[in-house]
Design a protein around this ligand. Structure first.
Ligand SMILES: *Cc1c(COP(=O)(O)O)cnc(C)c1O
Length: 389
């Protein structure tokens, strides 16, 4: 008999009742250290006092109004995002996949009214852009698309790191390039800075819109507010979600005025997008992350964790191949099945997340303390040791 919850996930047996910072408490009272953070969602940890206050204060006033009216909470968050990024304008969604939908629509609309309309979007193998029809067509992997055809047409997929194919494919017929600056689901694969700069140049040369999917790598995860700030480029359109809501469902599409110019009244919409509850939380997340000390601390902790992980890998050469990633978006490339290591972590009350390419993802809350980090490194070591015995 089919379970009452559609069985699209292989769930671990733990159920959590509450959280506090980097820690989760299970129904049986056991405390787990959360190095997955809801897959980069709980960027400020669990039950961050400022987020709890922002949500409960808004919840006591007004939960929802239609986008038929002014939504001041939305205006505040949009202004904050515009102030701190390349963007001139923002549309709020409820998830990453909805951000993908709009990014694709916006790019197509941009070209639709022109003398030589373009529709083709170039994306990359190993990418992940969500589970909507546009999202799975954009990522293109058979694991996600099989049986769901006919797929949304107009996507070309290039191998990660295949510069020849990139140069051969990007010409004046391409509407947009869609890429994660750091692939998350694909196994924590950062695109090197010089490649991102080269990609931006190629797009400029051919008038192609550059869409960055920063759903996982954005919102402070790499030690900058957005990952593209490291190579010093800017996209035309950017997808955001996950960390921006700190655990409340919220996403956004950020764009330049030029890229967004065709999105006139009536061209897109969302019932819940930019809901006052979500925007009250999102505003607080942005305020916390843009405080002067926040990102320097993320970078300090990232360097410390990286160092600990390098020792871990050196101590367990039969379990791990190498550390990869950037900021607090780190991956352990494994020599045993990554899913087995994640299981071994559960036994040590440590939560990590498997990814493609046999990588275990470490995405701790950006607010983790040095003590949390040391506890995490100890548990990783214990999990690795348990696999040898
Ligand atoms: C998680 C993710 C998405 C999809 O976000 P949802 O909120 O699950 O729809 C899209 N792109 C990237 C890079 C992601 O990590």
């Amino acid at each position: 008999m089919i379970p009452s919850i559609l069985p699209t996930y292989n769930r671990a047996p733990m159920a959590f009742t509450h959280g506090d910072g980097a820690w989760l408490t299970a129904q049986d009272g056991a405390r787990y250290l959360d190095f997955g953070a809801g897959i980069a969602v709980n960027a400020l940890g669990h039950a961050h006092p400022a987020l709890v206050a922002a949500l409960t204060e808004q919840a006591s006033k007004l939960w929802h109004v239609s986008n038929l009216y002014q939504v001041p909470q939305q205006q505040r968050l949009a202004d904050l995002l515009v102030d701190h990024t390349f963007a001139d304008t923002v549309f709020f969604t409820n998830s990453g996949t909805e951000s993908c939908e709009l990014a694709v629509k916006m790019a197509r609309k941009y070209w639709s009214g022109r003398d030589t309309p373009r529709t083709q979007i170039v994306a990359f193998e190993g990418s992940f852009h969500g589970r909507s029809s546009a999202g799975i067509a954009a990522a293109g992997s058979e694991k996600m698309t099989k049986g769901f055809g006919p797929l949304l047409p107009g996507f070309t997929h290039l191998r990660w790191g295949d510069h020849d194919a990139l140069h051969a494919t990007l010409d004046d017929s391409v509407a947009a390039v869609l890429v994660e600056p750091v692939q998350g689901e694909g196994g924590i694969r950062p695109m090197p800075d010089h490649c991102l700069r080269g990609l931006r140049d190629l797009c400029d040369r051919h008038g192609i819109l550059l869409i960055l999917d920063e759903v996982q790598c954005g919102m402070g995860r790499t030690g900058k507010l957005f990952a593209h700030e490291w190579p010093g480029i800017t996209p035309d359109i950017m997808m955001v979600a996950k960390g921006i809501g700190g655990g409340f469902p919220l996403g956004a599409v950020l764009a330049t005025e030029d890229a967004a110019a065709a999105m006139i009244a009536g061209s897109h919409g969302s019932t819940y997008g930019g809901n006052p509850l979500a925007c009250a939380v999102g505003t607080k997340v942005m305020e916390v992350m843009t405080a002067p000390d926040f990102l320097p601390e993320v970078n300090r902790k990232a360097a410390r964790l990286r160092q600990g992980l390098e020792s871990l890998v050196a101590d367990h050469p039969d379990i791990f191949d190498h550390v990869r990633g950037t900021g607090l978006m780190l991956g352990l490339k494994c020599r045993i099945p990554a899913a087995d290591f994640v299981q071994a972590g559960y036994a040590q009350h440590l939560l990590t997340v498997p990814a493609a390419d046999n990588v275990v993802r470490l995405l701790p809350p950006l607010t983790l303390t040095d003590d949390d980090m040391d506890a995490g490194l100890e548990r990783l070591d214990a999990a690795a040791a348990s696999r040898v015995a």
